[in-house]
Design a protein around this ligand. Structure first.
Ligand SMILES: Nc1nc2c(ncn2[C@@H]2O[C@H](COP(=O)(O)OP(=O)(O)O)[C@@H](O)[C@H]2O)c(=O)[nH]1
Ligand SMILES: [Mg+2]
Length: 356
């Protein structure tokens, strides 16, 4: 976003006031003209008189904003209270930038509300940039530790594998991400098998087979057209028999507004009871990914989210939006097409990227 956001923020800060004061430009109000005239007179007097220490102190104490010594540097604290009206007016502009950067309405509302609480009517020093960072951070959930979750389940229920289901629309990156997750799990010495529950799209099983062969992982599949729930069931039984740690379920892409397909994924979940239902969304699709995440969450009650294609996304707002609408954590970000291109989601890193 965020060069734009940053620019806007700077403009915003300077409107609120250099050094944090609210600047009334001469054109803005009559009152500000008066202040300006007063200032001129004072300036003239000032040149006549010697600038003694007592006067300096008085000026410091004065409430006239022009006398507040400006601080140089990046963060400009707000010193005088910002009215709610002024805030609303300024936040409207900021909302547009956020909107253009894939932050959904509901998330913008959330940011606005929390920013307002931090800035409006506050006399103490508040850096607007810090307040905005904090408001965004509040919407993001810390990424859980998948490895720890699997270990915990395997030690508490020794006869059951940890089942992970990947859901999302076509092309979101489910199959590729499943392979990337398998790669991470392998590195952590977990044993696993993959369930080819996309029995719908031509060549889906062949695509999956290429990955499982490369990774040296067993693929459980049936014919095209088979009931996907039963493929998952077979895979879980296979894992139980072979004492495997994890079952990864690949599913067919489905549009979130297609009732029959959403019913099908509900059935896969009902039959196989995944420990982790992950929604795969594309970072670049912003509001679309947000609506999908909400619909999938309504249908199958997601446990978490992975956003793919973060490598081609400059905006960063999708993560904020999907977290806000689902209230679920983002586990990973897909950052490319190789197996290693999967990064644990780090909200601080995302915020830094947005403000860099
Ligand atoms: N650049 C980039 N491409 C990705 C990423 N994840 C998946 N892809 C590509 O997106 C396309 C669709 O991925 P696929 O896993 O088949 O999606 P699915 O239909 O949800 O299973 C493929 O060409 C992938 O290589 C990612 O993180 N970054
Ligand atoms: Mg696929």
């Amino acid at each position: 976003m965020v060069k734009l956001l940053k620019d806007k923020l700077q403009k915003w800060v300077s409107k609120v006031g250099e050094g944090g004061k609210i600047v009334n430009t001469p054109k803005e109000t009559d009152r500000s003209k008066k202040i300006d005239n007063k200032k001129k007179i004072r300036e003239e007097k000032k040149t006549k008189r010697k600038f003694n220490k007592k006067e300096k102190n008085e000026k410091k104490k004065s409430k006239n904003p022009e006398n507040i010594k400006e601080k140089s540097g990046k963060k400009k604290p707000v010193r005088r209270s910002l009215s709610e009206e002024k805030f609303d007016e300024l936040f409207e502009e900021l909302s547009l930038i956020l909107l253009q950067n894939n932050v959904a309405y509901s998330a913008i509302e959330g940011i606005g509300k929390s920013l307002k609480e931090k800035l409006v009517g506050k006399d103490k020093k508040v850096s607007i940039e810090d307040a905005l960072r904090d408001s965004i951070k509040e919407l993001l959930i810390d990424s859980p530790d998948l490895i720890k979750q699997i270990k915990e389940k395997r030690s508490s229920e020794k006869d059951k594998p940890f089942v992970i289901l990947f859901a999302g629309i076509n092309g979101a990156g489910k199959t590729t991400t499943l392979a990337k997750v398998a790669n991470i799990l392998k590195k952590n010495k977990f044993s696993m098998c993959v369930a080819a529950c996309d029995t719908f799209r031509a060549a889906s099983m062949e695509q999956l087979k290429v990955h499982t062969d490369k990774l040296g992982v067993e693929l459980i599949k049936k014919d095209y057209g088979a009931d996907p729930a039963s493929v998952g069931y077979d895979a879980i039984n296979y894992a139980k028999k072979n004492n495997l740690d994890v079952v990864l379920i690949d599913t067919a892409g489905r549009m979130n507004n297609r009732d029959s397909l959403m019913k099908e994924i509900e059935k896969i979940c009902r039959v196989n009871k995944p420990d982790l239902k992950l929604f795969l969304g594309e970072s670049i699709t912003g509001n679309d990914a947000t609506t999908q995440a909400k619909d999938f969450n309504d249908a199958i009650n997601l446990d978490g989210i992975i956003l793919s294609k973060a490598d081609v996304d400059e905006k960063g707002g999708t993560a904020i939006s999907v977290s806000k609408v689902t209230g679920k954590p983002i586990y990973y970000l897909g950052t490319g097409q190789r197996y290693d291109d999967l990064e644990k989601f780090d909200k601080n890193k995302l915020i830094e990227k947005m403000f860099e």
